[in-house]
Design a protein around this ligand. Sequence first.
Ligand SMILES: O=C(O)CCC(=O)C(=O)O
Length: 253
Amino acid sequence: MYLKASDITRYRREGFLKVPQVLAPAETAGFLEEAAAMLSRNKTLHWPSGEGLVMDWVPDAERESAIMRRLALHPVITGIAEELAGRSLRLFKSELLRKESTGSTATPPHIDEFALPISGAPVTLTAWVALVDIPEERGCMSFWPGSHRVKGADEEQDLASHPELMFLPRVTLPLRAGDCTFHHARTVHSAYANETHTTRISLATVYMEAGARFEPRTFYGNGLNDDLSRHLATMQAGQELSGDRFPKIRWKD
Ligand SMILES: O=C(O)CCC(=O)C(=O)O
């Protein structure tokens, strides 16, 4: 067990959990070196905002780099993810995220489930591991406790158009390099802009319940031409998301 029972209870109540130092400092340094190299050599996808860029990212990070695959399938991170989910998980995707030191804008409040082409409501969660220190002013994330349990939220795709959210309590979690947050796919979350001179770099990996099935979503992919989108385009609705493309994250069964 990596977590205390009270951490798991809290995650299920609040929909997110911060776990400090899932990576040892030397591991973080190695992953950061590879991340920086990838961000300069790989083509990135962009999340534009009205005033600039929310962030850009290398899609399919675990397929682009054996080192990033080690991070996406890191035994401590995946072990914690399965304890939180309470079941066996598969890796759905990992993305190497960058919030530039200049010109980046805030990440608007959103729920990930809308962008995941997965049918029903299987357990799905994201591990977001910081590869540099991320204080508030470098764009750390905030979470709305308990929002994953709000019924009806799934009818609203654009949470940015819900200004009332700004008046509800949220929890802002600055991270040290090597710290990780885990959040449920229905938890509302956002991030501040990066107002420092250091680029914010993190890896976000989405894990899904083993047995999850594909559901085409019109807003997923949206003109993207990454490996995952191309793979999903070959799949039928209802097909199990399994095999080497979506590996089980632990090999105990
Ligand atoms: O990195 C961010 O600012 C947002 C990331 C996010 O929304 C996610 O990983 O689900």
